[in-house]
Design a binder for this molecule. Sequence first.
Ligand code: SAM
Length: 296
Amino acid sequence: MGAQQPEPVDIRRMPLKRRTGWLRRHFDLRPRKSLGQNFLLDETAAGRIVEAAMKFSPREVMEIGAGLGALTVPLADADYQIIAFETDPTLARALRWLFADVPAVEIREEDFLQTDEQMGGERAVAVGNLPYYITSPILGKLLQSRPGFVALVVTVQYEVAQRLRAEPGTKQYGPLTLFCRYYAAQVSAICTLPPAAFWPQPEVKSMTLSLVARAEPPPQITEPVAFFAAVRGAFAHRRKTLRNSLRTADNLELTDEQTDAILAAAALDGQRRGETLDFDEFIRLGNALDMVTKQT
Ligand code: SAM
């Protein structure tokens, strides 16, 4: 940086669109599709996302895929301790420059999926406009981390958001929904983002969700492995009845007698479709599966 160059603080004060353009030119950036790089340009949306995170009064924020700081800048303004992961060295360099005078922001030039540090804490929130090619593993890692986060505020593909917050009986309802319900007590939509909210534009629209994490898994579940096996079994053949789907699911290998015993113990009608079961019914099914397979 020459003496004529603006200071990082001047760039942070620029409106988001201008700031992104300046950083792009200055650091000679070319968006990498292979890393899911779509940079948020919509300042109002960035504000709403950060506001959704602020509702949890975090002390610490972990950001996944900080990019050019569209969320990091308003988060830093709110005075949180921020750990921002960014795997692309060029972007990490730009971020280190942008926050050089802000000790509360720590840039981690690292693949988030490879990091093995303990994450979360009583007042920790995870935030990110996630790279779409690895949305599921990132969500899995964040939700399963220990001590864990109070909440996640994440932008995902609209279609994935619909699956995460789906109601029973809908096409979108499936194993991902139940996985989310297991770890999150509440899922709410914050905003819908059209492709034009990003540069370059992704092919599909996006949605930001706020997930309130459970401090502990639901206590009624006797065996998590059985819960998830029951979910897989019930959705193994969506067009079959619950009984037939369970009976023929490769992951369960049940006999007719075992299948009937499970349905009876769970007090569920085997003629229903698996996709009509709500979360509590899946808990009963998982507990019954656990009990019957241990007995026989
Ligand atoms: N947060 C920025 C924004 O909203 O403009 C960028 C969002 S962009 C959709 C996703 C970002 O995640 C990119 O900057 C990309 O380089 C980064 N990324 C991709 N894979 C990653 C990984 N495995 N670990 C950390 N960051 C990653």
